[in-house]
Design a protein around this ligand. Structure first.
Ligand SMILES: Cc1cc2nc3c(=O)[nH]c(=O)nc-3n(C[C@H](O)[C@H](O)[C@H](O)COP(=O)(O)O)c2cc1C
Length: 302
């Protein structure tokens, strides 16, 4: 028996390790490679018309992680849907969507539901911190984001996840989305930050500021998962700064049913394989399954 196997809103995962959105760009070849070892993979966020994104430099590697302002660069949805026909489906695919209005999201779901022959999930990007009117700004509007979830739940039988930010009023937002019918909540996206080049005296990113990811944000994201576990019933997917199997276990024990891994893939393409092997060893040594560990940090604290 595989101790890491888990079920997420109807998707069967061979382990709880999910590729986070945006990390492998929009190439299906990269998604196929990661899907060999990952429990599921999330695509780069995609919109109806696509977007060019910001000028370089868009990603900075600093000592505690990355700061990026890629600017949601992506091809138009119909083009991306064509590319995804070559997805080999070795792990469930979750398509990350961004838009500005409920109609944008409806068009996106219609495009992918009609193009893809296999079951898949959707992740609504309500949290990207650096594109005005999309991402984070939508998540600030509880009524609008709830309306988007309600409309999508009427349109598709595939699961709909919402990706929030630790900088939102995430408990109110998650509860509102749960009432609207969301299947699961992902927390957190990157958090706003910047870097200045001391020789030129100027911000390094062309967009001035961007989103911080990697180890710097791990304790913040972990606390969000812990808080949400007490407040909502739908599955929580933890994301932010995971680089080791110990990090994965902390998120699971805080209440995450699965986790997403982003920046760590920059440092090692083998990260999913090594995390999976360590988690198998840990659960076998404890004679338990990964599901037995979900939320156990709460039993000692009440
Ligand atoms: C270069 C880069 C691009 C990203 N693009 C997206 C994106 O398109 N959509 C999204 O929801 N999150 C995006 N993210 C955020 C990640 O999915 C993830 O939420 C964040 O990096 C925190 O996880 P990590 O610390 O494991 O990287 C991006 C992150 C990076 C570093």
């Amino acid at each position: 028996m595989n101790p890491l196997q888990t079920e997420l809103c109807g998707l069967e995962l061979k382990n709880p390790l999910i590729l986070a959105s945006g990390i492998m760009g929009s190439s299906v070849h990269s998604l196929n490679l990661i899907a060999r070892d990952a429990g599921a993979v999330v695509t780069k966020s995609v919109s109806v018309e696509g977007r060019e994104g910001y000028r370089n430099p868009t990603v900075i590697n600093w000592k505690c992680g990355l700061i990026n302002a890629v600017g949601l660069a992506s091809p138009p949805a119909f083009e991306f849907a064509e590319e995804l026909k070559d997805y080999r489906n070795e792990a469930p695919l979750i398509i990350s969507l961004y838009g500005y209005t409920p109609d944008d999201f409806i068009m996106l779901v219609e495009t992918f539901d009609s193009a893809l022959p296999y079951p898949h999930g959707y992740e609504l990007n309500l949290s990207c911190p650096h594109v005005k009117g999309a991402g984070f700004d939508l998540g600030m509007d509880l009524e609008l984001s709830s309306e988007i979830v309600e409309e999508l739940k009427r349109k598709t039988s595939n699961p709909v996840f919402a990706k929030l930010s630790a900088l939102h009023d995430y408990i109110s937002l998650a509860k509102a989305l749960e009432d609207a019918g969301v299947d699961g909540v992902v927390i957190s996206n990157t958090l706003r930050g910047m870097k200045i080049d001391i020789l030129s005296g100027k911000p390094v990113l062309s967009n001035i500021s961007g989103g911080v990811s990697g180890p710097a944000i791990k304790p913040i994201a972990l606390k969000c998962v812990y808080d949400l576990y007490k407040e909502i019933e739908v599955p929580i997917i933890g994301c932010g700064g995971i680089t080791s199997f110990e990090d994965v276990l902390e998120f699971i024990m805080a209440g995450a049913k699965a986790v997403q891994i982003g920046s760590a893939v920059y440092y090692s393409r083998r990260i999913f394989y090594s995390l999976k092997e360590s988690l198998i060893a840990f659960t076998r040594a404890r004679d338990c399954t990964i599901s037995d560990l979900v939320g156990i940090a709460h039993s000692s604290t009440g």
